[in-house]
Ligand binder design. Structure first.
Ligand SMILES: Nc1nc2c(c(=O)[nH]1)N[C@H]1C(S)=C(S)[C@@H](COP(=O)(O)O)O[C@H]1N2
Ligand SMILES: [Mo]
Length: 383
């Protein structure tokens, strides 16, 4: 074993690294910077020696494969610009607008938008040759590098039909924004599945298995599912998990990132108020085509400007200038629409709730803004 680099770990199973950037950093650039992106982990972060790492392709295939990273680098490379979002993003809003939920208190920052490069999963599957009916089978992604909080490893799966469809651009990613993945992002190799919840984007990927059933991992079977509203305790949830579908695609969404709730602002009638945020298309129905803002409780909506032009799998950054009156009761709401015609329809506080706080997509909202006294027109006139 002389000369072999052993994998070492950051963090522990009990206290994994979970963090999100502040809102102004989050939407500071269209392409998220590696060091400014959220981290979501269910266990410690492995630091892997790529020259030792193998990606195994097995299960119902005619040619099982064990591929070194340097081999993956020699295959045709594909790049996709895609958002990556945790299904628990916006959980904070759900628990404050509705009622308590169980999970990390994500605000709006458990999402990033990046350019991912690697080998299309369909390319690898054409080498391995699945032997079962794609319309009823699954492809499971696993990382056995470390135990996780709820299982002995981390795993997730998607339908095999999606994996085989090159249009879905399901990617075995080696790079983010033209650079090798960092250990936090899954070095040396991770899944990127555009339009699909981050939970399936398995980091430190070491096994891809073609099988009849979904992944048996706890994060596919007993989490990342939308529990019905009558389930209000963990014990009750236990009886439901096996009956519910796993989350696959993420819903149409948008949030307001700036100004922050309760911020002191100039009178918008004198200095137009810049409201900004991001929007995400639903599943494969992107790009975002429209973001609209309302200042009157959803009676009227006006279009925001998308900057720059979003693409099929990317997020959209948007901006809106408001120059009307502002009172203590003024609440701004945003809603997004995508190319597939999906639109947000639920007002915050109108009953979108599930115990795990996943898939929240009520209108974005900001309230409680205060006009700075010195910028009130009457006062300025007396100076
Ligand atoms: N091996 C492994 N892969 C994983 C996870 C994990 O805990 N372990 N977390 C998943 C979840 S829930 C999300 S949202 C994304 C987060 O990716 P990021 O940490 O690069 O933001 O990775 C996914 N892949
Ligand atoms: Mo997640």
């Amino acid at each position: 074993m002389l000369g072999r680099t052993l994998t070492w770990f950051d963090g522990t199973v009990e206290e994994p690294l979970n963090r999100e950037p502040p809102p102004e950093v989050l939407i500071g650039r269209f392409i998220s910077k590696e060091g400014e992106a959220y981290d979501r982990n269910h266990g410690p972060i492995p630091h892997i020696d790529a020259s030792e790492h193998l990606l195994h392709i097995d299960g119902s295939v005619s040619t099982p494969l064990s591929l070194p990273i340097h081999y993956l680098r020699t295959l045709p490379q594909h790049t996709v610009l895609a958002a990556l979002q945790c299904a628990g993003n916006r959980r904070h809003t759900m628990r404050t607008k509705e009622k308590e939920v169980w999970g990390i208190d994500w605000h709006n920052g458990a999402v990033m938008n990046a350019s991912w490069t690697g080998v299309l999963l369909s390319t690898i599957l054409s080498l391995a040759c699945p032997t079962i009916d794609p319309s009823t089978s699954h492809v499971a992604f696993s990382c056995y590098q470390t135990a996780t909080q709820d299982d002995g490893y981390y795993g997730g799966s998607i339908p095999l039909s999606r994996a085989l469809d090159p249009k879905m651009e399901v990617l075995i990613a080696l790079k983010m924004n033209d650079r090798d993945l960092t250990p936090e992002r899954g070095y040396p190799v991770r899944m990127i599945i555009p339009g699909v919840a981050g939970a399936r984007a398995v980091k430190w990927l070491d096994r891809i298995t073609i099988q009849k059933q979904e992944s048996s991992n706890a994060y596919q079977q007993k989490d990342y599912k939308i529990l019905p509203p009558e389930v209000v305790t963990k014990d009750q949830a236990a009886a439901y998990w096996h009956k519910l579908p796993s989350i696959l695609e993420t819903p149409i969404n948008s949030v307001i990132c700036s100004p922050s709730p309760g911020a002191e602002i100039d009178d918008p009638r004198i200095t137009p108020l810049k409201i900004s945020g991001y929007a995400l298309p639903q599943g494969c129905d992107g790009p975002i085509t429209k973001v609209e803002l309302s200042h009157d409780d959803g009676v009227t909506w006006e279009p925001a400007t998308l900057l720059p032009e979003p693409t099929k799998w990317s997020w959209a950054l948007w901006e809106f200038k408001y120059s009307g009156p502002l009172t203590e009761d003024t609440t701004f709401m945003c809603k997004a629409t995508d190319k597939g015609g999906n639109t947000q329809t639920i007002k915050p506080g109108e009953g979108q709730w599930n115990l795990r706080g996943v898939g929240y997509n009520a209108f974005g909202e900001v309230a409680g803004l205060k006009v700075k006294p010195r910028s009130l027109p009457g006062i300025e006139a007396r100076l």
